[in-house]
Design a protein around this ligand. Structure first.
Ligand code: AMP
Length: 423
């Protein structure tokens, strides 16, 4: 038998309902904040991510699904959402007509990572991108929007970790010194982190490996290399957050670097104690130079992306939201089957969802199913009922029953009446 590829999942039943609910809650929150939706292709030119996310990053060197299509183009399944959104904004010249661009997206991303709890090769992200202002107020507003989203989902115990990674210029000097330091101590690092010293020394900083962490403690800190403006920017973000949301748990984290090169100054992550090793629910930051990297005009921007599978894990105990379906038709012969299907359709047109058994059932098994599946009422139609033009509405909680015309309006009215009177 063929199974789903490693690191992917099928969503069905309650889990699929929760996933949709998370995405819908996100859409509502983002729309309310004035963001509009963008859908970009699931694959792009691979060079988009090489240039945008960074050639030395894990995402690009190790994790990207790259393939050649029949036309010989080098394409990549998108590993993240920001680079495609920036490409689309430039391609459609959105910055020409709008002073600020506010977009949100939701959809699958692909990374060839080692699968574990909360880490998949196809996963879903929801995210927003704000483009148009360098003000630290934007950083505060987008961070608070992501927090609002988590609260809308009913999550309350989480921490916002913030760091300042400086501008590209701040970082150039720092990376030189960091690399020199790490080169001297490469042998002491966890084996997994050793290749990063040459490729992307920054990434060594947020390693979770104890051996590496020990070395990193003594490493130069980016804070000492930041320009006055960079320091002031993130200090203001922290002040504004304190003022706007005094009860929010916001903590500076000097080791937070994030896995993408495009960030400037503010980076942040929201973590949840309910998750294990992969504890980041969402992450993001400012990226004031990405548009220029792609040949566009300077355009200061800020965004975040949340991992839907992580949210699902954190919300595991939450019951899925489903429209309550009250009524279950039990047809007792073929003619009743057809009549039930028509009535179900007419009830649906009136906004009243009903379900039915698409097999002719015995009265007993039909009622047993209706009870077991949590319906409040059953509607019985047999040969006798068809002759009389009246079916039987049965309230399952107490067995009370009433004859009702085989007509959607009459059924809807009785249902309303008997539901309100439910003992
Ligand atoms: P990133 O795009 O790396 O900034 O990640 C943003 C968020 O996406 C993270 O905080 C996670 O919640 C989620 N995420 C990233 N990679 C994965 C993965 N492989 N599987 C599941 N969720 C992920």
């Amino acid at each position: 038998m063929i199974s789903a590829p490693r690191g992917t999942q099928d969503f069905f039943g309650d889990e699929a309902a929760r996933l949709s609910w998370i995405e819908e809650t996100f859409r509502r929150t983002a729309l309310l904040a004035g963001y509009s939706e963008i859908r970009t292709p699931l694959f792009e030119e691979a060079s988009l991510f090489e240039r945008g996310v960074g050639e030395g990053t894990d995402i690009v060197t190790k994790e990207m699904y790259v393939f050649e299509d029949k036309g010989g183009r080098k394409l990549a399944l998108r590993p993240e959402g920001t680079a495609p959104v920036v490409r689309a904004i430039l391609e459609h010249d959105l910055l020409k007509t709008q002073k600020q661009v506010k977009l949100f997206y939701a959809g699958p991303m692909f990374r060839y990572e080692r699968p574990q709890a909360g880490r998949y090769r196809q996963f879903h992200q929801v995210g927003v991108e704000y483009v148009g202002s360098p003000s630290p107020v934007v950083d505060m507003a987008v961070i608070l929007l992501s927090v609002d989203f988590l609260r809308e989902l009913g999550l309350s115990s989480f921490t916002v970790k913030v760091n300042n990674v400086g501008t590209f210029e701040d970082r150039a000097n720092y990376l030189k010194d960091l690399q020199e330091f790490l080169r001297r101590r490469t042998a002491e690092l966890d084996e997994e982190d050793q290749p990063k010293v040459d490729r992307n020394p920054f990434r060594v900083l947020d390693s979770k490996k104890p051996k590496t962490r020990d070395v990193v403690k003594a490493a130069p800190r980016v804070a000492a290399y930041l320009s006055k403006e960079s320091v002031a920017h993130v200090a203001r973000v922290m002040d504004y957050l304190k003022e706007a949301a005094p009860h929010l748990d916001v903590t500076p984290d000097p080791y937070l670097v994030r896995g993408l090169d495009y960030y400037t100054r503010t980076v942040y992550e929201v973590t949840s104690p309910e998750l294990g090793a992969q504890d980041a629910l969402l992450g993001g930051g400012r990226y004031d130079r990405l548009f220029e990297t792609f040949g566009g005009p300077p355009a200061p921007a800020f965004g975040f992306a949340a991992g839907v599978e992580r949210l699902l894990l954190a919300l595991r105990t939450r019951a899925p939201e489903r429209p309550p379906i009250l009524l279950y038709f039990v047809p007792l012969d073929d003619e009743a089957l057809k009549e039930s299907a028509i009535l179900t359709e007419h009830l649906r047109e009136r906004g009243l969802p009903a379900q039915m058994d698409y097999d002719v059932a015995s009265l007993k098994s039909g009622l047993r199913h209706a009870n077991k599946s949590g319906f409040k009422f059953a509607f019985l139609i047999g040969p006798e009922e068809l002759l009389k033009g009246q079916g039987i509405l049965k309230r399952l909680s107490d067995g009370a029953q009433w004859p009702v015309s085989l007509n959607a309006d009459a059924i809807a009215e009785q249902l309303k009446l008997r539901q309100e009177a439910t003992p």
